[in-house]
Design a protein around this ligand. Structure first.
Ligand code: PLP
Length: 415
């Protein structure tokens, strides 16, 4: 605990002290990290919380101080699009949680992945994706990166041989979610990294559904970890943000491009994210507990045909999930027995606690039918191809009491 109790006396406007990253090196517990990592011990006005620094630009004392800054003699802020003090704190906290050297925060999860791909790929390059993935990631690669001459190849999720076979000398990046959305397939991170290393191709994991509490892909050698911080990291359904974590060397060009693309958060938003992170471990413990208990309840329910949850022995990824994850999160997908899309919708509409909406990872439970919410305009055969069935429900368990959620689902399934 020495790093926590050590006072630095740093009360300047900019807290670039080594104090920030020290916490993670001292092997301190996860919740202690979420509460304290990245924060200066002594802050402006002796406030315990980080004041929201509402400014678009930062002033210099004189011309020499500009020159000192340019020559990097003096770390400080310059202009709001390149960063702000609230962002520095959140980035250091998120890097500590992911056990990464560096983290870059963006205005949304999508801004983060777009920022990384735009920084890393050029015309003629190729990327390989596992097919179960966030539909907007797929859309960005196939519709937009393609316009810049980048080729995307998709292989079946978890098929490592197919992934390896799709690599050629133009391949720059292997991409996967783990667990995937909405099927909750988990990827063997050691195999994934081994393939990347064998072919000198970088690897990226979208760990939004796992969070750094349940898995830290960097510890297995993954190059880039991506989270939609809109979900569990923010945790309160009140903000959008995204983060890419990795090594400083690999992220320098990414940060530079973000300063040009401009997908940065406002200091207000970053304050909400920092505040949300304070209770991160506590929330994750309840999300994990709710996910497991409700998945078990659904699995034995006569109206449920199939449950996708990596904490269940019946899930094809159960062994991989057990090997790599501390818990299995709050997201559960299930298919209703002998139900068409209307009957499935009726169950959703009968729920009294989960609210109907997209997203996941907040304190409020959310429920939705992927076929309606995300795939309504797809052709039936395309939905089939992506494994989206008419009778499928996605439940994002919040932190409500387990018994209440189970009782509510029971009455909805029986209605
Ligand atoms: C929500 C989500 C994203 C996109 O993040 P935004 O913050 O909504 O831009 C990407 N991947 C996964 C797995 C998600 O759940």
């Amino acid at each position: 605990m020495s790093a926590i109790t050590r006072a630095t006396g740093d009360n300047s406007a900019n807290h670039h002290s080594a104090d920030r990253t020290k916490l993670q090196q001292d092997g301190i517990g996860f919740s202690t990290l979420s509460v304290h990592a990245g924060e200066a011990r002594q802050k402006n006005a002796d406030s315990i919380t980080d004041p929201i620094c509402c400014t678009s630009t930062y002033t210099f004392t004189n011309t020499q101080s500009i020159i000192d800054f340019i020559e990097q003699k003096q770390p400080r802020e310059e202009y709001g699009r390149y960063g702000n003090p609230n962002e520095k704190v959140v980035e250091a906290k998120l890097a500590a949680l992911d056990n990464a050297e560096e983290a870059i925060v963006y205005s949304s999860g999508m801004a983060a992945i777009v920022g990384l791909l735009m920084a890393k790929l050029s015309a003629g390059d190729e990327i390989v994706f596992f097919d179960e993935c966030y539909h907007r990631s797929r859309e960005f690669c196939y519709k937009h990166l393609a316009r810049f001459g980048v080729v995307t190849r998709t292989v079946k999720t978890g098929d490592m041989q197919a992934m390896e076979a799709a690599i050629n000398d133009r391949t720059k990046l292997l991409v996967s979610e783990s667990p995937t959305n909405p099927h909750l397939t988990c990827v063997d991170l050691e195999q994934f990294v081994a393939i990347g290393k064998a072919h000198e191709v970088e690897t990226l994991i979208d760990a939004t559904l796992a969070t750094p509490y349940n898995v830290r892909p960097i510890d297995y050698g993954v190059d880039y970890v991506w989270h939609s911080a809109t979900k569990y990291l923010g945790g309160h359904n009140d903000l959008l943000a995204g983060v890419i974590a990795g090594s400083k060397e690999k992220l320098d060009s990414v940060r530079h491009l973000r300063g040009i693309l401009g997908g940065i958060n406002s200091p207000h938003n970053l304050y909400l994210l920092e505040r949300g992170l304070k209770t991160f471990e506590l929330r994750m413990q309840r999300h994990n507990a709710n996910g497991q208990a409700i998945a078990e309840f659904l699995e034995q329910h006569p109206r449920v045909e199939k449950v996708y949850y990596p904490g269940l022995k019946s899930h094809p990824s159960h062994e991989v999930a057990k090997q790599f994850m501390k818990g299995f999160g709050g997201l559960i997908t299930f298919n209703v027995k002998d139900a068409d899309w209307r009957e499935t919708a009726n169950i959703i509409d009968a729920c009294k606690i989960p609210r109907i909406g997209p997203s996941l990872g907040g304190v409020e439970s959310l429920i939705e039918q992927p076929m309606v919410m995300s795939y309504f305009n797809y052709k039936p055969e395309d939905r089939q191809k992506f494994g989206i069935y008419d009778n499928m429900i996605r439940l994002a368990c919040g932190i409500e009491n387990t018994e209440d959620l189970i009782a509510d689902l029971a009455q909805a399934l029986e209605s």
